[in-house]
Design a protein around this ligand. Structure first.
Ligand code: XMP
Length: 509
């Protein structure tokens, strides 16, 4: 494995993704990691990530000096390189000229990290500090017109440094450089594949669970579905999944989950029809945050009642992913991870003394999808767009009633059908309908109508933190609008939401 030390760069998850794409397992840890902890991990190489600090500032994050005495190859990237230079007796100063963006990189020779890299190439820079004096035994291996020490090495000690970011796509030869570090310097083997992950996880899960029983809240989303199948493969009938039908799901969704997991995969599944409780709780509620609270609480109650019916359950499984864990610990904090209370399944049941089991906690989303495919999940589930826990309740901009839910379900189904038909489903982060139970006047045939408005929302995004409204073809919007007004009784007007996030949000509530 490769150990990545996290100095807080916005790119450090990308370093991890690049290493794993090269089929080498890696983990990200904070700078406070001790030498003893590193020895337990036994990495074949260490990468020091970039970060926003300046090494000459007081309290800037550092690593234990002992790292450089372990005989393990080290690659420092940006701040990581500066930290390394400083630790080994060199000097880092504020750069005369800051360097942001593309730079022409000239390397001295095609050895070490630069094996197979053209002498002239481009790289992506983002720094305000620069190496002034190198530690003894180091030499400059590449420069840019602005930065003399754009790369350095001490091959005898197997220590390398890059001032630029090899992990970003803007450094075209970056993947090659990282692979040189992994395979030429560290002699890593390509052992990280989803097949090997399944094999190792299955045996880990079995030795952790032994003969105990495990429960899992299955939502029908990718993460909980993959968790269910992985656990099912490891412990079969010792796993019980609980699916709570809150009545706020899209058309056919509950039946699809039931059919797939119960009938097809033969997973032990308890299907809880809690529609009445949810609707009752939501009666007359208009405030979005109140809706969320009621839904969260009702979910936990329904889940707990069902879980208590099962005798002797000791473990609760969750589909927590690696970014949840990395993001929840501070870049400069201790090594213990504080796990965010994620609302994958609406929160942890209270007062249930259950031990957590999180078999995906070291995986990135793209790895979870590959794993899902390997475990036999159908493509439409693997590539399902995110769907919020509170479901259609936060897409009815008023209080939730069965009649409104029924209208929205039909409208939403048309939107999804058309988006899929036009091969846009995977390109969009989310695409859905919102019901505005305002009434406006229309005319159908010779009749005056006075009905609701439906809004279409489609956005592109990479992480939901920011999103752009999708420039859907007018012909498609026209077809969606026609179909909704013709096919769904209760809607006589369709509008398209052309707001981006920020300042708007993706959901309307
Ligand atoms: P917003 O509307 O804040 O949404 O731009 C960002 C992403 O989060 C989803 N979302 C939720 N997911 N419970 C969830 O599980 C919620 O209460 C919730 N609210 C928003 C939303 O669908 C989008 O992907």
């Amino acid at each position: 494995m490769i150990l990545i030390i996290d100095f807080g760069s916005q790119y450090n998850q990308l370093i991890a993704r690049r290493v794993r794409e090269a089929h080498v397992y890696c983990e990200i840890h904070p700078p406070g990691i001790s030498i003893d902890q590193i020895k337990v991990l036994a990495p074949e190489g260490i990468i020091l990530s970039g970060g926003p600090a300046s090494i000459y500032e007081k309290n800037s994050p550092r690593v234990d000096q002992g790292i450089f005495e372990l005989g393990i190859p080290v690659l420092g990237i940006c701040y990581g390189m500066q930290c390394m230079v400083d630790a080994l007796g060199g000097q880092v100063n504020r750069a005369e000229k800051r360097e942001y963006g593309f730079a022409e990189l000239h390397s001295k020779d095609a050895t070490g990290i630069f094996h197979g890299v053209p002498k002239e190439t481009k790289c992506w820079m983002s720094h305000g500090d620069a190496v002034g004096r190198l530690p003894r035994g180091f030499r400059v291996t590449a420069s840019t017109p602005t930065t003399r020490v754009a790369a350095t090495e001490n091959p005898a000690k197997k220590v390398y440094g890059l001032q630029f970011h090899p992990e970003v796509a803007h450094t075209p030869m970056g993947k090659r450089m990282l692979k040189n570090f992994l395979f030429r310097v560290c002699n890593c083997k390509k052992t990280w594949t989803m097949k090997s992950f399944i094999k190792d996880s299955v045996s880990d899960i079995r030795s952790l669970v032994k003969d105990k029983k495990v429960i899992l809240g299955l939502s029908g989303g990718v993460d909980s579905s993959v968790t269910a199948l992985l656990l099912h493969q490891a412990i079969g009938k010792q796993l019980t999944c609980i699916f709570v039908d809150n009545g706020l799901l899209r058309q056919g969704e509950a039946e699809r989950v039931k059919g797939l997991f119960k009938k097809h995969f033969k997973v032990r599944l308890r299907f809880v029809n809690a529609k009445r409780q949810f609707l009752k709780g939501l009666t007359g509620v208009v405030d979005p945050e109140k809706k969320r609270r009621i839904i969260g609480r009702t979910f936990i109650e329904a889940f707990e009642i069902e879980a208590r019916k099962l005798q002797g359950v000791e473990l609760l499984a969750q589909g927590t992913l690696y970014p949840d864990i990395i993001e929840s610990r501070s870049a400069f904090g201790g090594p213990t991870a504080v796990i965010k209370s994620h609302h994958n399944v609406g929160g942890l049941p209270r007062n249930m003394k259950l031990k957590l089991i999180e078999p995906l906690k070291h995986l990135f989303k793209d790895e979870v999808r590959v794993l899902g495919k390997e475990l036999g999940l159908p493509d439409d589930l693997i590539w399902r767009q995110p769907f919020p826990g509170p479901g259609l309740a936060i897409r009815i901009i008023a209080d939730v009633t069965p009649a409104r839910l029924s209208i929205l379900r039909k409208v939403d189904a048309i939107v999804l059908e058309e988006i899929k038909e036009n091969n846009l489903y995977r390109k969009l982060w989310q695409s859905f309908a919102v019901l505005l139970p305002l009434k406006s006047v229309g005319i159908m045939g010779d009749q005056r109508t006075y009905e609701h408005i439906a809004a279409i929302r489609a956005v592109t995004s990479t992480d939901a933190m920011t999103a752009d409204w999708a420039k859907l073809p007018h012909s498609l919007l026209g077809r969606i609008s026609n179909r909704i007004i013709n096919e769904v009784r209760g809607v006589n007007r369709v509008v398209y939401d052309i707001s981006s996030k920020p300042p708007s949000t993706i959901e309307w509530e």
